[in-house]
Design a protein around this ligand. Structure first.
Ligand SMILES: Cc1cc2nc3c(=O)[nH]c(=O)nc-3n(C[C@H](O)[C@H](O)[C@H](O)COP(=O)(O)OP(=O)(O)OC[C@H]3O[C@@H](n4cnc5c(N)ncnc54)[C@H](O)[C@@H]3O)c2cc1C
Length: 594
């Protein structure tokens, strides 16, 4: 078992190793906690979705998410914070490491330049003082963004403690919250009022500020990304102090600020539209590529939420649809219900493969440990043997396709539970968004893109992990959204992934290199004619000057960058809110007089 353990990702190891106690708090750290690492992992996975069966421990205190993973110490810390000089518990550290959820981006920041205000007044004082000194103060939410877009080693302000529910307006169906509150808590706060949010991402640990500033999306061809549902914002700006923006009063500025990427001010309050709480009926089934392509229009038309998961090197597309519950749908689900299969049987293609790989590689495996592993862990465990070997990846993907075949079926649960789903372990992810015609007339570029992408992956023998996820949304009225457009427009979002299934440094470097060059170059190349742009949370820094030039020219076509930079010039004239990635992609704020 030791060898197998060495190869697996730390989240799995932590499940096996028992309790982890985080180190003593530093001066600005909050809330002591002690928790079972298995619960941390379980909660992370459960928060992502419901396919994985995890044990739970009722005794564990409520913990605050997100939790960042300190790869060198295997310690979890709340609010993205990890002490860097953590060998000496008594030492009052000078710096802090801040890492994103995926473990792919990290900065070390001087503690004196990292703020965790507890109130809006405190945010105002910090921003004023930073503006006067020209001190960087980039807003950071839960740091879930795979590209670490919130990070800036020169200065950050964490909004985690500015997190109150301010008002639930049942008449107008809106909720007003402080921006640091996690989406999960907003959903819970709405529950007693029989309300919920119009759409969700696959995970709900984001703060409302980050969730909307980045323009997150779910799936549903007639549902816009989440920023579209923001009706009012209160922002603390360096240049003009605290301002309140609404569509009626501020028009275009309000729309620009909704997906402001943290560059126009620190969002302190957000008012969002809500919808009546409802249950959904979810149907998961498997199609061939040909069937998925030919049935796509009907599926999108007939179902409120539809997503596809394409499995490279197999003829398998997993389709997940979600619809409001009604008697006809419930009856159909009852009629079509597949025969009962135990969880153990469902996971068998992956557990069998793991056992087989252990035998082939001369490693011990414990039947009990393997049995207890969830789907995401199993996928990491099998991939970890050789994640860049195409023959091996094909084998893993084939087992995953078989897993999904056994997982066909229906489930009925509240919308806020079903719209989240398991997104796997540490990973590189790159997601692009492009228009695919209109609600009435899908021009099929969503399918031609997929067809081309899968063919080229397979021709070029790219070790593409599973799945390639495809979702849809309508246009967002925020001009800086990758899906900026009208309610009649139709956008598709396609995300490729390569997991980082082990702690082997060389392996992680090799995966990173392949992903950030050959694999994502291919996605960009196929997406270029469609003007596909990256999700703001998944845009990585270009690796060459030419790629930077290409990216800038595409972004000038797709976004009102000059207008946005003029707004930055007014509200953040000293450019203290940005970071190097955004300065590269957007350029600097344009000063009013220039
Ligand atoms: C497992 C996983 C699953 C995901 N699934 C989806 C998905 O289904 N759909 C999707 O669209 N995305 C998805 N994402 C991306 C994720 O939704 C976004 O990265 C997230 O919404 C950002 O929220 P955050 O609080 O973590 O913000 P951060 O990552 O900390 O910051 C994001 C941006 O918002 C800004 N910001 C944060 N707070 C404020 C504030 N108060 N004021 C001003 N600016 C602020 C930051 O400066 C930065 O530009 C997923 C990410 C992970 C890790």
């Amino acid at each position: 078992m030791m060898m197998l353990r060495r190869m697996l990702s730390r989240s799995f190891l932590q499940n096996l190793n028992g309790r982890i106690v985080p180190k003593k708090k530093g001066s600005f750290r909050r809330k002591d906690f002690e928790l079972s690492s298995s619960i941390v992992s379980a909660t992370i996975m459960l928060s992502c979705g419901g396919y994985v069966a995890w044990s739970s421990n009722e005794d564990v205190p409520l913990i605050r998410f997100p939790l960042s993973i300190n790869k060198s110490k295997l310690e979890y810390h709340p609010n993205n914070i990890i002490d860097s000089d953590d060998d000496d518990e008594e030492e009052d550290d000078d710096t802090t490491d801040v890492i994103n959820w995926s473990g792919t981006h990290k900065v070390t920041i001087a503690n004196k330049n990292y703020w965790e205000p507890e109130s809006i007044e405190e945010v105002e004082r910090i921003v004023k003082s930073c503006h006067e000194r020209g001190q960087t103060v980039r807003p950071i939410g839960s740091s879930l963004s795979p590209n670490g877009i919130a990070l800036n080693r020169d200065g950050m302000i964490s909004m985690a403690n500015v997190d109150k529910i301010l008002k639930v307006d049942t008449k107008n169906r809106t909720i007003t919250v402080e921006a640091g509150i996690p989406v999960r808590q907003v959903i819970e706060a709405l529950r007693p009022y029989n309300l919920t949010l119009p759409n969700l991402a696959s995970i709900a640990e984001q703060q409302i500020g980050g969730f909307t500033q980045i323009g997150a999306h779910g799936t549903g061809k007639m549902i816009a990304p989440v920023d579209h549902y923001v009706t009012k914002l209160k922002i603390v700006t360096p240049g003009k102090g605290t301002i309140e923006l609404t569509k009626e009063k501020d028009g275009r500025l309000f729309e620009l600020a909704r997906v402001g990427l943290g560059c126009l001010g620190i969002v302190v309050e957000v008012t969002m539209e809500c919808i009546p709480a409802h249950h959904l009926i979810e149907h998961t089934f498997v199609l061939t590529r040909k069937d998925a392509m030919s049935r796509k229009d009907r599926l999108l038309k007939e179902h409120k939420h539809t997503r596809f998961m394409w499995i490279p090197y197999t003829d398998t597309v997993i389709v997940v649809t979600n619809d409001p519950l009604n008697q006809i749908k419930q009856k159909k689900a009852q009629q079509d219900k597949p025969p009962y299969i135990s969880d153990e049987e469902k996971k068998k293609p992956l557990t069998d493969l793991l056992t087989q790989l252990c035998v082939e590689n001369g490693q011990e495996s414990s039947v009990e440990d393997v049995k207890e592993m969830g789907f995401g862990e199993l996928r990491d465990a099998v991939l970890a043997f050789d994640p860049l070997d195409v023959a091996h990846v094909k084998r893993c993907n084939k087992a995953e396709a078989q897993f999904w075949k056994k997982n066909e079926g229906y489930q009925i649960r509240p919308s806020d539970e079903l719209l989240q789903f398991d997104c796997g372990g540490q990973q590189w992810v790159y997601e692009v968004c492009f228009q695919s015609g209109t609600q009435e007339n899908n021009n099929n570029s969503d399918m031609s893109f997929m067809d081309d992408l899968l063919k080229k992956i397979e021709e070029k023998n790219i070790p593409a992990h599973s799945p390639i996820e495809q979702r849809w949304s309508s246009g967002s009225s925020s001009p800086m959204s990758p899906a900026a457009g009208t309610a009649e427009s139709l956008y598709t979002w396609v995300g490729v992934i390569n997991y980082l299934p082990s702690d082997d440094d060389q392996q992680r470097k090799d995966i990173t290199l392949l992903f950030n060059t050959e694999y994502t170059d291919l996605v960009r190349h196929i997406g270029r004619p469609l003007k596909a742009v990256a999700h703001w949370a998944k845009l990585e820094e270009p690796t060459t000057v030419w790629k930077a030039v290409e990216l800038k020219s595409l972004y000038l076509e797709r976004f009102p960058i000059t207008e946005f930079n003029i707004a930055r010039g007014i509200y953040d004239p000293k450019n203290i809110l940005s970071n190097p990635l955004l300065d590269l992609v957007l350029g600097k704020p344009i000063q009013p007089e220039s």
